[in-house]
Design a binder for this molecule. Sequence first.
Ligand code: SF4
Ligand code: SF4
Length: 181
Amino acid sequence: MSDEDKNPTPSPQPSPLKGRGGEPSVVSDVAALLTGLKTTLTETFRPVVTTMYPEEKTPRSERYRGRHYLRRYDNGLERCIGCELCAAACPVGCILVIAAENTDENRVSPGERYAKTYEINMLRCIFCGYCEEACPVQAIVLGPEYELSDTSREKFIYTKEKLLEPLPPEVQARLDSKEPK
Ligand code: SF4
Ligand code: SF4
């Protein structure tokens, strides 16, 4: 006697959700429909997670590194002393600093020198923040702005005049909180 004769395979029992022969029944159709409706209703009443950018913006970390700014002291003098440490620290070489001597007639910064030219090529910048870390006088900082698109390559060379624009209030508040009291 063969093994199959000893242990005959049991014949399949009809499923309560299927008709005889395994074809879908009305009960299984209704169950599938209700399952689908349950999914639809569940998703309908879930809180919306879509952000309507650009009208709405997602919050960014306080340490987010976006567009750069050059800072001034309260008396109006520029903090930058033209030491070029930021340019040396930049891993992609996108900072150009050309220093000049301060004179009594033309004092721009408190030190001996100031940055006559200060440019950042924002197309090359990788927003690593090394320039901010390297600066001995906290002259350069990275702000929260990330919407930096523009219409020509030239406009991505941020000049000293553009970098000296006023700091956004949240960046100023962050820097003030770090200042020794
Ligand atoms: S953030 Fe990094 S890549 Fe950009 S200018 Fe500073 S050091 Fe260079
Ligand atoms: S930004 Fe800071 S590191 Fe760069 S040249 Fe000016 S003082 Fe030096």
